[in-house]
Design a protein around this ligand. Structure first.
Ligand code: C2O
Ligand code: CU
Ligand code: CU
Length: 754
């Protein structure tokens, strides 16, 4: 960038068809030119700066003096249009408390932020009218120009148009070492948006399905063609298109280039000279304007050559002398490995509405289940004759390719460079973007950022699912690893022999944690876990555990053994010892264990019986416990009709929980236990891993599914879908839950339900 000639903006700029093909014939009444202030007569408004650790914003009605004439009623954050500029620092948490105001529910989304789903401002997650809530932002992502805006379902367009947006600058003081201007004087946010004004000064919103809201006056920081006074030197301009629908092409009116240094997600790998930069709604670009050595009186005009006309005059009002040419060095751009998954998302139309993946917004539908940490390629296939700036929440992505509908390659746009969160998809074009779905599980939205397209109905969701294995080299170690992940405190730990599933089952249902032991000495992983978090008491179930081990346990915590003549009697003794009284108990067979595993989820005493005849020990225990209702675990092959009949004869209410097979039975228990985002997956055949998982699921309010060696049954699949699965923990190593089964779980969560 060389010397800076003075430019008077005189160009009359017309709206090129290419950017506007979807707008059709705009029929509104234009803003009366007499109401507009003379060009460059007003100073550029600088929104009030707010910084952390905590910021409050309230949705308020206010009057903004935008015109030379009547004031304009706005609905804006703290009544300011645009809202206050929030300054955040990389790596420093900031919390934002939003007050919804008295008119309507509100949702605040920090656009471009990498945050947990609960703080992302999902449309399903409203702040009720009159209420407030706090969003927390970790700011653990590269410095970038972000912005915040309202995201109320089907009302985002009108609410943002009425004034609900503002800048959020994620700053990194280290950028000064890169030669980049920092500090308010030389680092200036420019929120560019468009509005149409009625003669009484009010905003005219005429957006709706198939009608993007376009204003005929383009504003910068809420002002019509303002003027920015600067001292000579390098100036950093953070351009943000915060229009509802208008595409911009921003450049210097004199045609000299701007040096682009950053895009949506932060810095580029190197500065690039650009004659102009296309910015579609929600896109950002940071540019440097080299006014070093410029004389007082120098004026540079920024204009939107796509039809908005002049935007801003930048006047040099002070020339402190000197002025070295800028020396900007940007660190190389990070890259991504090749994608593990390639998906196709269609952008469709249905009459005046636009759709994603063939449907409108449905809070219960997700098009994509992405595995946490995975790199995915999304091919955005535009089947419509409109342009759509597509935005993904949660991630920044790299634009990899563009092609025609017949697959012919197209050149990338200059604006595609760097880490983006919004990308233009032109009519009948396919754009491939790569992203890593890291750090946060849960539901996130993606949508077109033409807000009237988004509202009607071009928005959908993806879910990021965290799938990981909890395992040791043996089932003893696996049980300990599961316990290690349980929340504090651990009151009662049941210890059972690693080979004796019946003891484990009977005790686990009432315990806070299940540990398994093997051999004649206390296994080191079990000891470590007990030393790390000594429980209030340890109960050893059954007599398979040796005296040596019981003695070793007693050194670490109060320990006793509960055992009787056989496993059935032991289960009865455990129920009486640990529960004492219970109106409901679970009855399972002492033979076909797996049906009973998920019964541990209920937290009820589990009694065992011979499958063909109600065992005496079980019958006695039912009476002593005071049970009036029995949950029979498993189908008639597990517990026969004869056993059920004797329960009924004894005056007990019987509920049988069973499915077609053991995985289906587990699924049925899971449904009774209540559904939670965490699903534990365990082997249907290698019981003790599953028992520990059942305890873990119960402790954390999660669910348990059983998987076979070769995959996921339809019953399990049903649970995975209905349980709103966000996190899957696989209990056990590859010998327990095979890699094939793990792949089936992963593949399953990557399929859209239906
Ligand atoms: Cu600015 Cu859902 O986005
Ligand atoms: Cu966003
Ligand atoms: Cu669109």
């Amino acid at each position: 960038m060389g010397a800076t000639p003075t430019a008077q903006a005189t160009s009359t700029l017309t709206r090129p068809a290419a950017l506007w093909c979807e707008l059709g014939d705009w029929q509104g009444t234009p803003t009366d030119p007499a109401l507009r202030p003379p060009p460059f007569s007003r100073p550029l408004p600088r929104p009030e700066v707010r910084s952390g650790p905590s910021v409050e914003l309230q949705v308020l009605r206010a009057q903004a003096q935008i015109l030379d004439g009547p004031a304009t009623p706005v609905l804006a954050y703290d009544g300011q249009f645009p809202g206050p500029t929030i300054h955040a620092r990389v790596g420093q948490e900031l919390s934002l408390r939003l007050h919804a105001g008295e008119e309507e529910d509100a949702v605040l989304h920090l656009h471009g932020a990498h945050v947990p789903a609960v703080h992302d401002g999902h449309v399903n997650d409203v702040v009720p009218v009159g209420g407030s809530r706090t969003y927390t932002y970790a700011n653990s992502q590269p410095a970038a120009t972000l912005w915040y805006h309202d995201h109320l379902l089907m009302r985002t367009g009108p609410r943002v148009y009425s004034g609900l947006s503002g800048a959020y600058l994620l700053l990194d003081p280290g950028e000064v070492d890169l030669g980049l201007p920092v500090g308010d004087e030389r680092d200036v946010e420019l929120l560019i948006t468009d509005r149409t004004f009625a003669d009484d000064g009010s905003l005219v919103y005429d957006g709706g399905p198939g009608r993007p809201a376009v204003g005929d006056v383009v504003l910068v920081n809420g002002a019509d063609r303002p003027r920015l006074d600067v001292a000579a030197g390098l100036v950093r301009l953070r351009l943000a298109n915060v229009c509802n629908a208008r595409g911009l092409r921003v450049g210097r009116a004199d045609g000299m280039p701007l040096m682009q240094v950053a895009t949506d997600g932060g810095l580029l790998g190197a500065p690039v000279d650009r004659a102009s930069i296309e910015l579609w709604p929600a896109e950002r670009a940071e540019v440097l304007l080299d006014l070093s050595g410029a004389d007082v009186g120098t004026r540079v005009v920024l204009a939107d050559t796509a039809g908005g006309g002049n935007l801003l005059a930048i006047d040099v009002v002070d020339a402190p002398g000197g002025g070295a040419a800028p020396d900007v060095r940007l660190p190389p751009l990070a890259d991504l490995p090749p994608p593990e998954v390639v998906r196709t998302i269609t952008l469709d139309a249905d009459g005046p509405r636009f759709l994603l993946a063939g449907h409108g917004f449905d809070p219960d539908v997700r098009d994509v289940y992405a595995r946490l940490g995975a790199v995915e390629r999304w091919q955005l296939v535009n089947t419509t004759s409109s342009s759509h700036p597509m935005h993904l929440h949660l991630v920044s992505f790299l634009v990899r390719s563009r092609s025609t509908s017949s697959g012919g390659p197209l050149a990338l746009r200059p604006e595609d460079e760097g880490w983006k969160d919004t990308v233009l998809v032109r009519p009948f074009e396919t754009v491939a973007v790569d992203a890593r779905f890291a750090d946060h599980e849960g539901d996130f939205m993606y949508h077109c950022h033409v807000l009237e397209h988004e509202d009607h109905d071009m928005m959908s969701q993806f879910r990021v699912v965290d799938l990981a294995r909890v395992a040791g080299r043996t089932r003893v170690e696996t049980a300990a690893a599961i316990v290690a992940g349980l929340p504090d405190p651990v009151g009662l730990v049941v210890v059972a022999d690693g080979e004796d599933w019946r003891s484990a089952l009977a005790g686990a249902a009432l315990a806070d944690a299940l540990l398994l032991v093997s051999g004649t000495t206390l296994d080191p992983t079990v000891r470590d876990e007990l030393v790390r978090r000594p429980p209030a008491q340890v109960v050893v179930v059954g007599d398979a555990v040796t005296e040596e081990v019981v003695d070793a346990l007693a050194q670490l915590a109060p320990t006793r053994r509960v055992a009787a003549a056989d496993p059935v009697a032991t289960a009865a003794a455990v129920a009486l010892d640990l529960a004492g009284q219970a109106s409901t108990a679970v009855l399972a067979t002492d033979r076909v264990f797996a049906d009973a595993l998920a019964a541990g989820l209920l937290g009820l005493p589990v009694l065992l019986t011979d499958p063909e005849v109600l065992s005496d020990a079980a019958a006695d225990a039912l009476q002593q416990l005071g049970v009036t209702q029995v949950v029979v675990a498993g189908g008639t092959a597990a517990v026969s009709p004869a056993v059920e009949a004797s329960l009924v004869d004894a005056g007990l209410a019987v509920i049988r929980v069973a499915g077609a097979d053991r995985t289906a039975t587990a699924a049925a228990f899971t449904r009774r236990a209540g559904l939670d985002p965490t699903v534990w997956a365990a082997s249907a055949d290698r019981f003790p891993d599953a028992l520990g998982a059942a305890v873990a699921a119960r402790r954390t309010g999660g669910t348990l599914v059983l998987v076979g060696d070769s995959g996921v049954s339809s019953a399990t699949a049903g649970v995975l879908i209905d349980a709103a699965t966000r996190r899957i923990r696989i209990a056990g190593g590859e010998a327990a839950v095979t890699l094939v089964a793990e792949a089936a779980l992963a593949a399953h969560i990557q399929l859209p339900p239906g």
